[in-house]
Design a protein around this ligand. Structure first.
Ligand code: ADP
Ligand code: ZN
Ligand code: ZN
Length: 709
């Protein structure tokens, strides 16, 4: 009896066998999306092949229920790619492949599959002319941009990974656009895939692409789209009608049959790595997909991930560097010229830097303000206060960046030492003055602010530390005439709120914008001449090995927000450690120096990319259950672990308890990637079986190439 082998969204080691039943031979075709019975339910699946006989008792083979939609089967290369991803991340094939289908198609309805898709095709006809906005004046590439584009174009038709390295505004996007144009021109069927880390960056990019490629259908794929639009976008890519596909990390699995070029913008961004479900890296998979399909892949960043940087240094990726800012002739500062050593003398003198012609397009001056010499009051030290006042007085704009929302991270009782702990997490609940609540940013727990201390009755509870709201309040008192706005997750909950505030900033209706890292990404604030950074030290001291890398990237990004239209811009960085190598490198705009120092440290301490790691995480109501699971894992691992592999002891996670779940982790490291994967292939099934056998009531997952440790 011939059967279809079908993958479903479950952690299964093998596809399941089904009979074609009424669906006939079409249902045996590899790549066909189907609905299959699973227990009492019906689930979405994908046929990945057929077999002459089932691997289970013939009597137990059930027939498939329906074809999901009247669409062409997913191509072989797509199946191979998702298969690779599942093997690499040690999950079920279907756990990766099935969620890559649009949610509306996976939903069980009584609708006739042909009619479902037909309706969408009518509503979103794809190639049909969309009003094409003007393409704007053509850009003449600068020499270094031309070199980059030529290299990518010359590589079309073969596997070639590129790292495009250039500060914000150096013209990376322009390089992508020219490379895309060449790829599309080379072949009338050609399609390109452009990955970005953030959903809110896609509309901007989509608009740019539409204007630069009028007549070429562009679709975006991300989770914020309405079901119909998302399905239509998926279909248009799958059927080759959309030639340009823009999307967030899940789009790395987009069905794009005539793919010729992949671009990953902001390749260093942590959002490209999935934080739940299967923890895949869209960047790493993009490179793999390009390799499997033999095409060029361009990873772009102002602050590349150290993995990519190391790969470029080793010659595995080709480095394409853009040294200049596009706005005009860049002024490269001598190392140390604007360092931190001199402290803060001269700060706050209006016009102190002087606007001169040659500073047009120059990177912002980064100056560390030593808080030991200038103790902050309500979070703001003297030099920042005067610089803000002077900036507003000159009619220029300022950004104030602090990585904490709410009014203050803690509320405290001075009389007895009570602190606003979250009852469900091993952390504080932040004080939100406006809503008059204590709110935990990890589990969402909230409570009205107590009128008096719950322990001693003291009525004078004090906010401790700074959040965006408190900073806004301080600035309002300090500069009552300044027009202030705030952007953080609280202020932008309402749809369109962030866009409205950003528009106001662009229109010049805002003098000072306070915000979290939400203000760092992808916004071109042309009239900002001052950026204040508060409390970067918190991340400097974080335990995670990637914290410095992320901090450098964030600070470089915030710094890049300023002075893009040519006015001299300054970044004032409030810190206790003005001589820290990270800040010194930042002030010199010296990513290469920073990377060199970080990579040396990683090499010495056996951290990625010099070792390959996997992280087993367990969480349970009781810490004991979580650690029991990890200990069990360790026991099973010891006899299997190859020479040179390191199995660390299980330890509680830095944030030990979240939402009443205790969390612990165990790190596994190997100098050799194949050895690690061979081990994981043996170990995980044994672990899964042992956990089931012992009925451990703990949730767990394995993360390959963990984002943080
Ligand atoms: P990035 O992606 O590196 O931040 P962009 O490609 O967005 O930089 O370029 C920044 C700005 O400079 C954009 O407004 C872009 O249109 C402009 N630009 C880029 N390259 C050139 C060029 N060769 N000539 C003139 N303007 C350019
Ligand atoms: Zn008290
Ligand atoms: Zn909590």
């Amino acid at each position: 009896m011939e059967v279809a082998r079908v993958i479903v969204d479950a952690p299964l080691p093998q596809p399941l066998d089904y009979a074609a039943g009424e669906l006939g031979p079409a249902a045996l075709h590899a790549g066909t999306p189907v609905f299959a019975p699973l227990g009492a339910r019906s689930v979405a699946g994908i046929v990945v092949g057929r077999a002459a006989a089932p691997s289970i008792d013939v009597a137990k083979v059930r027939p498939l229920r329906a074809l999901i939609a009247d669409v062409a089967p997913l191509p072989d290369d797509w199946l191979q790619f998702t298969r690779f991803a599942a093997d690499y991340y040690h999950c079920g094939w279907g756990e990766i492949a099935v969620p890559a289908l649009p949610p509306a198609l996976r939903k069980i309805t009584g609708a006739d599959p042909a009619k479902r898709v037909l309706a969408l095709r009518k509503r979103y006809p794809g190639r049909a002319a969309e009003s094409a906005p003007s393409a704007g004046p053509p850009v003449t590439l600068r020499e270094e941009q031309r070199v980059a584009v030529d290299a990518i174009v010359a590589a079309l038709g073969g596997f070639a990974p590129f790292l495009l390295f250039g500060v914000t505004g150096s013209g990376k996007t322009e390089v992508y656009l020219h490379a895309i144009a060449a790829a599309l021109a080379a072949d009338p069927a050609a399609q390109v895939l452009l990955l970005v880390p953030e959903i809110n960056l896609t509309p901007q990019l989509e608009a740019l692409l539409r204007s630069r490629f009028p007549g070429e259908p562009v679709v975006s794929q991300h989770s914020a789209l309405a079901d119909g639009e998302r399905t239509a976008a998926w279909l248009q890519a799958h059927e080759g009608r959309a030639r340009i596909v823009v999307g967030t990390r899940l789009a790395v699995f987009a069905a794009v049959p005539h793919l010729r070029l992949i671009v990953v913008d902001e390749e260093h961004d942590p959002s490209l790595k999935a934080g739940d479900g299967v923890r895949f890296s869209a960047r790493d998979l993009a490179v793999k997909r390009a390799q499997m399909l033999r095409l060029p892949v361009v990873l772009g960043s102002a602050t590349p991930s150290l993995e990519s940087w190391a790969a470029a240094q080793a010659g595995r990726y080709r480095l394409l560097a853009l040294a200049q800012r596009a706005g005009g002739a860049a002024k490269v500062e001598a190392p140390g010229a604007e360092g931190t050593a001199g402290g803060t003398s001269g700060l706050g003198v209006p016009g102190g830097t002087g606007a001169t012609a040659e500073s047009v397009g120059a990177p912002a001056r980064v100056v560390a303000v030593d808080v030991r010499a200038h103790p902050p009051e309500h979070g703001l030290s003297g030099p920042l206060r005067s610089a803000l006042a002077a900036t507003v007085a000159r009619g220029e704009q300022a950004l104030v960046f602090i990585n904490r929302r709410g009014y203050s991270p803690v509320l405290a009782c001075d009389a007895c030492g009570w602190l606003s702990n979250c009852p469900r997490c091993s952390t504080f609940a932040a004080y939100h003055k406006r809503d008059a609540v204590l709110r935990c940013h990890h589990c969402g727990w909230q409570q009205r602010v107590p009128r008096a201390c719950p322990t001693c009755g003291n009525q004078d509870l004090q906010p401790v530390g700074q959040g965006t709201q408190r900073l806004e309040e301080t600035l309002r008192e300090m500069l009552p005439q300044a027009r202030l706005a705030r952007i953080d997750r609280d202020s932008t909950r309402r749809k369109g709120a962030a866009a409205a505030t950003l528009d106001a900033v662009h229109a010049g209706d805002i003098d000072i914008l306070v915000g979290t890292q939400m203000i760092a990404k992808g916004h071109d604030f042309r009239r900002v001449s001052l950026v204040c950074v508060l409390n970067a030290d918190a991340q400097l001291l974080a335990t995670d090995f990637r914290a410095p890398e992320r901090l450098f990237a964030t600070l470089a990004q915030v710094s890049g927000r300023a002075g893009r239209a040519g006015q001299p811009a300054r970044v004032l960085l409030q810190t206790r450690y003005p001589d820290h190598p990270l800040y010194v490198a930042l002030a010199r705009h010296d990513f290469a120096g920073f990377a060199r120092q970080q990579l040396a440290e990683r090499r010495a301490t056996h951290l990625p990319p010099f070792v390959h790691a996997a992280l087993l995480t367990a969480q349970a109501r009781a810490m004991e259950t979580a650690t029991t699971l990890l200990e069990l894992g360790r026991e099973l691992a010891l006899p299997l672990a190859p020479q040179g592999m390191n199995l660390y002891d299980p330890v509680p996670m830095p944030l030990e308890r979240v939402d009443n779940e205790h969390r612990a982790q165990m790190l596994i490291e190997s100098p050799r990637r194949p050895a690690l994967h061979a081990f994981l292939r043996e170990w995980l099934p044994a672990l899964r079986a042992a956990i089931a056998e012992r009925k451990l009531r703990a949730r767990w997952h394995l993360e390959v190439d963990p984002a943080s440790i």
